[in-house]
Every structure is written in C-alpha cells, then in structure tokens.
Design a protein around this ligand. Structure first.
Ligand SMILES: Nc1nc2c(c(=O)[nH]1)N[C@H]1C(S)=C(S)[C@@H](COP(=O)(O)OP(=O)(O)OC[C@H]3O[C@@H](n4cnc5c(=O)[nH]c(N)nc54)[C@H](O)[C@@H]3O)O[C@H]1N2
Ligand SMILES: Nc1nc2c(c(=O)[nH]1)N[C@H]1C(S)=C(S)[C@@H](COP(=O)(O)OP(=O)(O)OC[C@H]3O[C@@H](n4cnc5c(=O)[nH]c(N)nc54)[C@H](O)[C@@H]3O)O[C@H]1N2
Ligand code: SF4
Ligand SMILES: [Mo]
Length: 686
C-alpha cells in the first residue's frame, strides 16, 4: 500500500468521520505519516474530547486489509485485482447494457452510514437521477427517517441534537448516549450541575440509566402508551402551554379525546411501568417545562409503529412549550447553498420509485426508496426488476433485516458493485469491489444545524490508486455520456465551491477557520413571526396530510407485534442492536485492540429465564424466529439489567448476524421501517 500525506508535517485541524457526530480533531503528521489524532479544543460539537473510535481512524486508514485496487470476481468465485480503468470501463458497459435492455430504473444506488449525509450522499442521488433511475436507497430505511418523519409530521422539522446543557429535565427514550453520542455526556453534566433531572426509559439497564433520577423499563415497543399517558396528564390537569397550543396548533381536541383512555392504570397494563412512576414522570414535566429535552433513539424507531410513537413524543414536547428553544425542539435555519440532488429538475415519478407506492410518505418527504422493497425487486417480486446496484459505504448483508433473503437477492443481480474500505460480507457478494477513500482521503463540507455552523474537513492523505467518491461518480457518468451535463466539475474542490457560492462563505474562509463558521446566528421562537414548515403552518397534533394517504391522523398507539401475536412457539422478545462502544455497526471488528474488548457475540438473557431453561453462561444456544435462526453464546446478565422475557443481541457482528432472525416483512406503514426490535423468538438448547 503506497500512502502519502498531502499536507506538510505538523497538525491539521479537521473533523472525525468515524461516526456522524463529526467531532473536531487534530491530525498530527510526522515524517509523512499520520502519527496521532487528538481532540481539537475549538469546536462546539465536542469541546475538546474524542472517543477511542476517533483515534482508531489511524488503524482504519493504515489497515493491512484495506482494499487498494479494484477487484473483479472470477467464474470460480475468487477475486482478481484489475486496473481502475478496466473496472470502470466494464462497469459502465454493463450499466449501459442494462439501461438499454431493462431501462435506467433497473439500476439502483445504495448509500450506507459510512457516507453520512450531505455532499457524499448528494453525489449518489445525483448519479441515479442523471442516469434516469429514481432508485436511491440508503441505510436510512432503518435509521433516522422514522424519527425525522415522527418530528417533522408534527412540527415540520427535526433537529436531531438539542442543546441538553440548557435543559432542566432530560428524558431519554431508547437511547444510550455514553456509547452512541459521547458529546451529549458533557452537556448532560453541565445540566446536572445546575440541578437538571434525568429520566431514562429503556427495557435494558444501560450505562446512561445508572445516572438517572428515574429509570423505567417498559415492555419493548410500548413507549407510545407512556407518551400518551403523559399527554393525557398534561391535558387533564390543564398544565400545558396554552398560548403556544391555542395560537399555533391544530388537532388538540382530537388528541385530547384519544388521550382519555391512557390512564396511569392503562399505561401500566401496556408498558409494565408502574402507574406511580408514570405520574411521577408527568409531575416532573409539569414542574420543569418548558426547559426540557426529549431524545428518542433507535429504541423507538425499530418497531412497526415507530413513527407514531415518536410523533407522540414530539406532541408532548410541543404541549410542554418546548418548541424552538435551545434545549427543546429547536428549529434550525438552513444555510443558503446549491444542492446537487436533481429531484426538482428530474423528479422521475413516472418511473415508479421502488417502495413509493407502499410507503408514499417516506418517498414524498425523503425522496428515497425503500431498501426492503428493493430486496424484493432484486428477486423479481415487484412491478419491475432491479438488475444492477452500486452500494457505497454500506454493509446490508449484515445490517439489513432477513439476511438470508438479502444475500439471495444480492447474488441474483446482473451487476453488483460495492465501494468500500474492506472486503465485507456484502463486498464478498459483488461482481466488482472498488477501493473506497476514507474520510482522511477526501475534503467535505459539514453543516451542524444545532449550531448553525459550517465546517470544512480536510483531505490529509492519499493511497496510490484510491480516488475520492466524487471521482468515482464523475468517471462513471463521463463514460455513460452524461458527465458533461451533470458532473462537469473536474475536482471535489470545484464542486464544493459551486455548492457554497450562495452562502457567501468561501472555501478559503473555511480553511482558515477549522473551528467552523456560523452561517446564521441562532434565533428562537421563530414560529411567532412565521409559519412552521408543516402543511398548515402550525403544530399538527392531528395530521390532515397523513389522513390524505389513508393513515391515522393522530399518532395512535398500537400494542407491539409481539403483544398482538402471542405465540407459545416464540415466547421471548428479542431487541437487537444495543450499541457497543468500540464497534460501529459492522465496523472495527478488524481492529485487534478493539476486538480484545469485545471478543465474541452474546445473547443477553435474564438469570431467571436462563435458570428456567437450564442455560449456563457462555453456552451456545439457538435463537429462532419466524424468519430464521442463529447460534450464539448466552450471557446471563444481572437481574435488573434486562426485563425478564427480553433478550438482546448486538447487530453488527459479521460472524453472528442477528439479522438472520429479524423481519423485513413487518413494517411501519409511514416510514417502512422493519421490525428490528421486539422480534418474537424462542431459545433452543443445542
Ligand atoms: N459506538 C457506537 N455508536 C453509535 C453507533 C454504533 O454502532 N456504535 N451507531 C450510530 C447510529 S447509526 C445510530 S442510529 C445511533 C443509535 O443510537 P441509540 O439509539 O442511542 O442506540 P442504542 O445503543 O442501540 O440504544 C437503543 C436503546 O433502545 C433500547 N430499546 C430497545 N427497545 C426499546 C423500546 O421499545 N423502548 C425503549 N424505550 N427502549 C428500547 C435498547 O435497550 C437500547 O438501550 O448510534 C450511533 N452511535
Ligand atoms: N438488527 C439490527 N439491524 C440494524 C440496526 C439495529 O439496531 N439492529 N441498526 C440500523 C442502523 S441505525 C443503521 S444506521 C444501519 C447501518 O447500516 P450500514 O450503513 O450498512 O452499516 P455499517 O456496518 O456501518 O456499514 C458501513 C460500511 O461503510 C464502510 N465505510 C466506512 N467509511 C467509509 C468511507 O469513507 N468510504 C467508503 N466507501 N466506505 C466506508 C465500512 O467499511 C462499512 O462496510 O444498520 C441498521 N441495522
Ligand atoms: S464520537 Fe468518536 S468516532 Fe464519533 S466523531 Fe467523535 S471522536 Fe469520532
Ligand atoms: Mo443509524
């Protein structure tokens, strides 16, 4: 691997993109080598702290298993290295052939979490639409979209990160910030120092629960009942923000009527959270509102009624008056910039975006297709077949539900190209694997809505033969005949200049200010002088927009699948994906010092359940669902660490893929999310 740094020895200030938090880092270059990564004090995102995964960017960059040359699959299933020119010529020729014989829409693109949002995502979206295919897919079919829709259906927007330091009450639902969002911890500490209270709702005793004033363990998938119970309390006791609700909302009466049944007793029956605790939480909200932050994690969205459960929480924040204030639902203003997506210019609706008929709200609001429906289309079980796919920075053979079906579908494609740093389980199924550039090998514009800031991350090094993603899409489009029109810029630098121009902020200025530049000062309670970005311009406790699609107007609570389909064949409830501090989905298992900390997968099980079944610690058991099965060692946890009857398995293991048992076929009707948590299973001794 021939590596060279492209900056002189010294310190380069940039952003870490080992996860989407994008902490500011100093990259130390010595003798042309990336020698160290340390926190950079001057940026508000992380305020001088980084997590161990941040410094592991060096391990990732120099990793001996990095793919540095394009690979082509041979008839015998092995890969050979070929030149970049040969790879792109052959891929372009195959795309052209598919386009001629089956139409452009038979080709799709799939972006993963490794790319994040913004610029890299926009290249991928632009490529697809320029080709003539509406079929853009992403990991967001199982992440983020549900929470985004849950909030934006109520308020018109979602700013994923509130300013927790300003809160007097923090409520966390199904999220574990010490592991997933380390910078939140400093904000929690600031708030706690001022006396703020912390409430954690989670069936599993997570590190964050240990800090909580109240920790309540609901049955998986029942948070909506608790949310409604809290709404009912605020309405019944007339403790909500009258002015905000009277002037700036629609649907209060409908909501109030529906809330009536959520007495503390009914909430207890549904969620298992004692009625006294429900009342205690409600009283705390009344006491501390409006300065409160509610943060839902994937523990809410990975269910078949996730959007509505999130809408319930968004409605609760609004009732409590926590709208467009720093610690509440802050409504960020956008930076003026040119977008690379072609949705307005080339909407391609007549081309039937995959999944847009089944999940019209997902498509309408996010302009993205649905990955699980894409899997069906690859298998020929759809209006038309998906024949070719380019996957960039995703590992769906591990991370998408129903792994057996995903593998079969990917193998059924006429063309599968994977752009990645490593030969992942997904890459192993491809016809071509392209060497991806890591974040240290590209420059990128990052927007931080919470701070209304923009930062430029720097290209620091390059590996012989590895090009950034812009070059990949550019080179393909030029071969396919629409490069001049849609990818005319010679370099990533030129694209960034073009997109930034309307902002009045130059690349030069961003380079001079690695601490980022504020594009607009923060302003609060803007809804007083301008309509909210919902169809009515108001908070929508009831959504006429959803009604139009035949969906429930108010965020109804539906008991989760495992409660509606009780079966003696599947008596346990499996939640998956509780994050591990040193892994990122399927990433970093190849970093030896991290692997020492998490050497093997485990299914966490309550001690009474283990005793009932005679299961010993570390015993390998079989987990079986309606979809498939998995063999995995058992870990008997402490009595309070899990609810009895609930099991937990991490989702990123390449050797123990829990998605062999998760459902792709039970979906949230609004966002299409699959049932990744709350899966009915049984345990078999082997
Ligand atoms: N180290 C690390 N950090 C990460 C990631 C990673 O893989 N590794 N992934 C990143 C990504 S893409 C994401 S989306 C975020 C996810 O961030 P989080 O959502 O904070 O992730 P989890 O740790 O899975 O926390 C989910 C919690 O929900 C709980 N839960 C499960 N079911 C329910 C339920 O029905 N109700 C409630 N209230 N809780 C429930 C689980 O027990 C678990 O503790 O993390 C990001 N950060
Ligand atoms: N059962 C279950 N399944 C889940 C979840 C769960 O909780 N439970 N969580 C879901 C969630 S929230 C998410 S976000 C998805 C994540 O789904 P994916 O996006 O598929 O997740 P990763 O395993 O992180 O895959 C990212 C890939 O990108 C590569 N990569 C990293 N950086 C770069 C880069 O700079 N360039 C290129 N070209 N490649 C790069 C990595 O090597 C890795 O193979 O998983 C979902 N799946
Ligand atoms: S939380 Fe860790 S991995 Fe994520 S950006 Fe910050 S330092 Fe990097
Ligand atoms: Mo995610």
């Amino acid at each position: 691997m021939e590596v060279k740094t492209v900056k002189p020895d010294g310190v380069v200030r940039t952003l870490c993109r080992m996860c989407d938090t994008r902490c500011a880092i100093n990259v130390h270059l010595k003798d042309g080598v990336i020698a160290d990564i340390t926190p950079f004090e001057g940026h508000p995102v992380n305020q001088g702290k980084i997590c161990p995964r941040g410094s592991a960017a060096i391990d990732q960059f120099y990793h001996i298993d990095r793919i540095t040359k394009p690979l082509k699959k041979q008839a015998d299933g092995t890969f050979i290295e070929i030149s970049r020119k040969q790879a792109l010529d052959e891929i372009a020729a195959k795309i052209d052939e598919l386009r001629q014989s089956h139409g452009a829409r038979s080709i799709g693109v799939w972006k993963g979490e490794g790319m994040g949002f913004h610029q890299q995502e926009e290249y991928i979206r632009r490529f697809a639409h320029a080709l003539g295919s509406p079929n853009y897919f992403s990991n967001d079919s199982a992440c983020y979209n549900s929470r985004f829709l849950g909030y934006s259906l109520v308020t018109g927007f979602w700013n994923s990160f509130p300013e927790f330091s300003d809160a007097d009450l923090i409520l966390l639902f199904g999220t574990n910030p010490p592991i997933c969002h380390p910078p939140f911890m400093r904000e929690f500490a600031d708030a706690r120092r001022r006396g703020a209270k912390l409430i954690v709702i989670d069936p599993r005793l997570n590190p964050i629960a240990c800090y909580a004033d109240i920790f309540a363990q609901p049955y998986p998938g029942t948070d909506g009942a608790l949310g409604w119970g809290l709404i009912r309390y605020l309405i019944e006791t007339k403790s909500y923000d009258f002015e905000l609700v009277e002037r700036h909302s629609i649907g209060l009466e409908k909501m109030a009527r529906y809330a009536e049944r959520f007495t503390p007793e009914y909430v207890e029956e549904q969620s298992g959270i004692y009625r006294d605790v429900v009342i205690e939480i409600a009283e705390m909200i009344v006491k501390y509102r409006p300065r409160m932050s509610i943060f839902p994690g994937t523990g809410l969205e990975h269910y078949e009624n996730g959007v509505n459960n999130v809408r319930t929480l968004a409605s609760l924040s609004c009732l409590a008056g926590a709208l467009d204030i720093s610690c509440g639902l802050f409504w960020p203003e956008e930076m003026a910039r040119r977008k690379l997506t072609l949705h307005d210019e080339l909407p391609l609706l007549d081309q039937k975006p995959i999944g847009a008929d089944k999940f019209p709200v997902l498509y309408d609001r996010r302009k993205e297709c649905h990955t699980m429906t894409a899997i069906d289309a690859m298998l020929g079980n759809s209006d038309y077949a998906l024949k070719g796919l380019i996957i960039s920075a995703a590992n769906p053979a591990v991370t998408n539900p129903n792994t057996r079906k995903v593998q079969k579908a990917l193998l059924n494609l006429d063309l599968l190209v994977v752009n990645d740093l490593f030969l992942t389980k997904t890459a192993q199924l491809a016809h071509y694997v392209l060497p991806g550039a890591s974040f240290l090998e590209r420059s990128e514009i990052h927007i931080h809505p919470k701070h209304q800031m923009v930062t430029l991350s720097q290209k620091i090094a390059e590996i012989e033969g590895v090009k950034d993603d812009y070059q990949l899409w550019r080179d393909l489009t030029h071969r396919l005949g629409f490069g001049e029109k849609y990818f005319p810029w010679a370099t990533e630098e030129e694209v960034m200049q073009w997109t930034l121009e309307p902002s009045g902020i130059s690349l030069e200025a961003l380079r001079k200010h690695p601490e980022g530049l504020v594009y607009k000062p923060l302003r609060y309670k803007k809804y007083k002088t301008r309509p909210l970005p919902t169809p009515s311009g108001k908070i929508e406790f009831a959504s006429p927009y959803l009604k139009k699609f035949g969906l429930s107007e108010i965020p109804e609570y539906i008991p989760p699948y495992h409660m509606r389909h009780k079966s003696k064949d599947f008596p346990f409830v499996l939640t998956t994906g509780a994050r591990k501090s040193l892994f990122y989905h399927s990433r970093h298992q190849n970093i030896a010092r991290f692997r020492t900390v998490h050497p093997t997968a485990e299914v966490e099980i309550h001690p009474e359940d283990a005793a009932d079944l005679g299961i010993k610690d570390n015993e390998v058991v079989r987990i079986v669902s309606e979809i498939g099965s998995l063999e995995i060692p058992a870990k008997i946890v402490g009595r309070s660490e899990l609810r009895k009857g609930v099991l937990e398995i991490y989702h990123g293991w390449e050797e123990w893929r829990v998605n062999f048992v998760t459902h792709d076929d039970i979906n949230d009707p609004i966002c299409g999310f699959p049932l990744l948590k709350g899966v009915p299973v049984r345990i078999e001794r082997i």
